[in-house]
Ligand binder design. Sequence first.
Ligand code: HEC
Length: 297
Amino acid sequence: MNTHEPPGRCPVRLPALSLGAKLTLTLFLLLVGSGYLVAVAKIYVWHNAADGVPGMSPDDLRAVFHGLEREVTEEVRNTLASEMLREVRPGGGMRRYLMRGGESAERALIGWLESGASEADFSVVGRFQAGDPSAKQVIAAQCIECHNAAGGDAHDLPYADARDAEPRYELVARVATPVVGEATEETRVIRLEPISSRELLHSTHAHILSIPVFTLIVAGLFLLTDVGPRFKAVLAPLPMLAVLLDIGSWWLARPFEPFAYVIAAAGALFGVTYGLQILCILACMWVGKRPAPEPGT
Ligand code: HEC
């Protein structure tokens, strides 16, 4: 026992850990530290267009957690495109299947989707150029081999009852009709509904059991560093507090819109304080002063 240690000081000293222990902790910190960046990237990719305008803004958080009223402009229409339109546009996951049908298939399906995906136009052939197939024919030829209820790769998202059956409008419409109605309508205001309580419950469940665990491990390691006790007392609990504020505000923002801003503030607070803790741990572990050898050894 080192008798020169101030009383109450933790016996585990980060700089004195073995190389193996230091490497393990460093790799752990790199992983959970980049986990935060991955989470930010995911939020951006998932929600940046939630308000109908690409790019992250406070309105996206309002749209996701509270709901938002929005005037329908051309840009909003394009961004809030139906799921099917997003899948078959350039960059979409299903585009390569559509393009097996060539330009006429592209014109017919995308044209139908962009003009509102109405039932009346579903089986109209040559709508945008003479000789083009109808949207229904394109779906029959390019999509239902997988999207059929009888057992394609995507049988849980069927557009027809079987592989050789006709596509059914009601099935297609579930993913094809745009959120904001026909493109030819007058500009009007729509309400973007927040995510459902069911989805929010799912997300809360996934986050509330995992984030506090690594936040606690990082805070625990931070408490073992040599930084001053006041700094420790302030910084140690902040990331955990931020997690509580963040998840709590997901729910509070449903009735009380201002909590959407608390979500953003809590996310930033978490990022800064958690990053600072990680830096303190790494600095203390690798360049901190090793404890003086015990007298008499
Ligand atoms: C080779 C099989 C296959 C073909 C052909 C195919 N799909 Fe898919 N599609 C899938 C699978 C599997 C999924 C679900 C997994 C995924 O999202 O990748 C899917 C998902 C989708 C989704 C939902 C995406 C989501 O977010 O869940 C849409 C919309 C879609 N497809 C549209 C189409 C359209 C339109 C066509 C025809 C132009 C088409 N698919 C052709 C296999 C296929």
